[in-house]
Design a protein around this ligand. Structure first.
Ligand code: SF4
Length: 699
């Protein structure tokens, strides 16, 4: 029996897990959070929540929290607790010494999509105005960077086109490479409600996800493609729409580049892209694919929702562009019930990208090479900004192994557990001479750190998160930071410690609202955003400026951000990751409802009772061939490495495909994933790994 008691006060804030961005009332007794109550006025969730936002907050008071800064000379030395001043001075001196010895570009940062917009803005400012380079990257690199590239190329900006309310007007929905029930539960409920009201569903996924088997959508079309063939499937859908003349010519003529459409139409109409010609490759029955294409083109308002099963591939950006092509082809852009909707994994992936945390873009998706853009920030910051794009995360690790990248400030990310090819990540970290980990817990990456800066939870700070529908939600401080400082303050202290080394500390923010004011002054899509208006309106969707004072629920209504929409030819190219006699199965990965990513938070909450370990889903045929039964320990091996976990025998995966989650450090599922990545953005190919599965005695 849990005694909840009567709350003395409540504070409205935003969930720090997934990109739905649910609003909650945090109910407090003194300094203790006693419960999270979904806030009825929250526009993203309208009073609903899932088990993560509602129950998984106990990590904030968990005994594993590190509350004092620590340093050590070598990673083999024991940690030494020190004052904030000593830790920051130690870090600043080391980073400056590395720059003096190895050059200005020998250090960089990795920011987190878990942090607020204001914190992320400050971290990229630290890189550009204090490190004086562009070596800033974000964990969006390893999830939705292909969305940035693909939607930027086709529509003109990296953002979902709709608000969540839009799903209530949709007639036919494609869900591709996403499992909303586990990944975006509150949105999944709204989608299921619409499906119960009669909307049709097409699921493109190697697994028979919950949406397919829900009783109320028994008629769902499931296209169980072979992992790695997204582009071929999307192009085959377009082939049917073009060759059967089901496309929306008026929309294309008025809204898109007609010449590019013609080139695209000629490309997809080629018989080699037909469902019949690609059936052997994709393993999707041609008749099912034809039926799905006809349904999407003729079924009324068509909406596409997608997730990391689209982006985390060697052709992630190509698939995003293929999805945009499908939406333009069928005229499904610019009104309620339609659109292209990336389901963002983390709470602030959208905001992290908006805030300029990629190495080639300043805030607002403006290339660092553009002098007129640099000038805006140079005037605001009083510095000269390097015009050369910086290093992406995998390039930082490669450069570290090569000996040219020496120092890293890693905020809110456990790259050793979350990034692919764990051995390579470890080699990169081990080669660096100054690794600063800024986090709540001594995570796996901290094994390679020289400085540990304790972080603060979302309950301990003010700021904003931007959800998957571009909605800027307020995060409000519920209790004082247990470590003494909110994360934005720590970044400011590090900046000033480094500036002191080289002349003069001059960062003087006293509240995150001042950082938002600076964002608004430098970034046109945020020009109308202030804390006052967010408090008044509850939330607002960008662009929010003079032209859109109340924000923008739907994008590209009259014209695309780039003017005319661009059709881009999407040629399928097979991944270099091949199955063969040694590694005959394909592994793909994902999440479960109760846990979150590497589990740093959820494993330290009551949610762990629902999901205590990662398991390997394997089809009964593949299990029988290997003499495996439900619950047996198995060895999962790839060309990169091997791990052990228990088998879950299920027809949810097709023969030849296995699936696991990556929530537990004991499993370290990313030991087996490869270093192949998206051709345009280097987003890792987590979703396709050739593996072998065999009986094992356990870890
Ligand atoms: Fe809402 Fe996502 Fe948080 Fe669940 S995890 S409460 S769906 S924001």
């Amino acid at each position: 029996v849990i005694e909840l008691g009567t709350p003395e006060r409540s504070v409205v804030t935003t969930c720090a897990y997934c990109g739905v961005g649910c609003s909650f009332k945090a109910e407090m007794q003194g300094d203790t959070l006693v419960r999270m109550v979904p806030w009825k006025q929250g526009k993203a969730n309208r009073g609903h929540s899932c088990v993560k936002g509602r129950f998984a907050y106990g990590y904030a008071h968990h005994q594993d929290r590190i509350l004092n800064p620590m340093i050590r000379d070598r990673i083999t030395d024991p940690w030494r607790e020190v004052s904030w001043d000593e830790a920051l001075s130690f870090a600043a001196t080391r980073l400056r010494a590395l720059q003096e010895k190895h050059g200005q570009k020998s250090i960089g940062v990795i920011t987190s999509s878990r942090c607020t917009n204001e914190e992320t803005y400050l971290v990229q400012k630290l890189t550009r105005a204090v490190f004086m380079n562009n070596n800033t990257d974000t964990c969006a690199r390893v999830c939705h960077s292909p969305t940035g590239y693909g939607l930027g190329q086709t529509f003109g900006t990296s953002a979902g086109t709709q608000d969540f309310d839009s799903v209530e007007k949709t007639d036919v929905v494609i869900v591709i490479g996403a499992n909303p029930t586990d990944g975006h539960p509150v949105f999944a409920s709204r989608l299921k409600k619409r499906l119960r009201a009669g909307a049709k569903l097409i699921v493109i996924d190697p697994r028979r996800i919950d949406l397919v088997k829900s009783a109320h959508v028994e008629a769902a079309h499931h296209l169980p493609l072979r992992p790695g063939t997204n582009v071929a499937v999307v192009t085959a859908l377009a082939h049917v729409i073009v060759t059967e003349k089901l496309y929306d010519e008026e929309f294309i003529r008025t809204r898109c580049d007609w010449d590019e459409f013609q080139a695209y139409a000629e490309f997809v109409a080629d018989p080699r892209h037909s469902p019949e010609a690609t059936e052997e490759l994709t393993r999707v029955p041609a008749a099912d694919l034809r039926e799905a294409a006809r349904l999407f083109a003729t079924g009324g308002n068509g909406a596409i929702y997608y997730g990391l099963g689209v982006t985390e591939h060697s052709q992630g950006s190509t698939t995003v562009m293929g999805i945009a092509n499908l939406a333009m082809l069928t005229g499904n852009i610019g009104r309620p019930g339609v659109g292209v909707n990336p389901l963002r994994g983390q709470n602030n992936v959208q905001g992290s990208c908006d805030m300029g945390s990629f190495p080639h873009e300043l805030p607002g998706y403006r290339h660092v090479k553009l002098p007129e853009v640099r000038k805006i920030f140079e005037d605001a910051w009083g510095v000269t900004i390097d015009p050369e794009p910086g290093l992406r995360i995998p390039n930082m690790l490669d450069a570290a192994v090569d000996g040219t990248f020496k120092g890293l400030y890693c905020q809110g990310e456990d790259i050793l557990q979350s990034d692919p090819d764990t051995k390579h990540v470890a080699a990169g970290l081990a080669a660096m001479e100054c690794v600063i980990v800024h986090d709540l817990f001594l995570n796996e990456t901290a094994n390679y750190a020289h400085v540990f800066l304790p972080g603060s939870t979302f309950l301990e700070k003010d700021g904003t998160f931007t959800n998957a529908e571009r909605r800027i939600n307020r995060v409000r401080k519920v209790m004082a930071p247990l470590n003494g400082y909110a994360d934005w303050e720590i970044t400011q202290m590090l900046a000033n410690a480094m500036l002191k080394e080289s002349g003069g500390a001059n960062w003087t923010y006293t509240h995150p609202s001042q950082i938002m004011d600076e964002i608004a002054a430098t970034t046109p899509s945020f020009a109308g955003v202030t804390y006052g208006m967010l408090d008044e309106k509850g939330s607002v969707q960008w662009p929010c400026n003079e032209d859109h004072p109340d924000g923008t629920p739907l994008m590209h209504v009259d014209e695309f951000m780039r003017g005319k929409g661009r059709f881009i030819v999407t040629e399928y190219v097979a991944t270099d990751e091949k199955t063969g006699p040694r590694f005959p199965l394909l592994l793909t990965t994902g999440r479960v409802l109760s846990q979150y990513n590497v589990g740093a938070q959820t494993r330290r909450t009551a949610n762990s009772v629902w999901h205590g370990e990662d398991v390997l889903e394997i089809h009964p045929h593949d299990a029988e061939n290997r003499g495996l039964n439900e619950g047996d320990w198995v060895k999962l091996a790839s060309r990169s490495g091997e791990t052990a976990l228990r088998a879950h025998v299920t027809e949810r995966v097709a023969p030849g495909v296995v699936y696991t989650t990556f929530h537990h450090p004991d499993t370290q599922a990313n030991v087996v994933t490869t270093d192949f990545s998206d051709w345009a953005t280097n987003c890792p190919e987590y979703k396709v790994t050739a593996v072998q599965v065999s009986a094992s005695n356990g870890p």
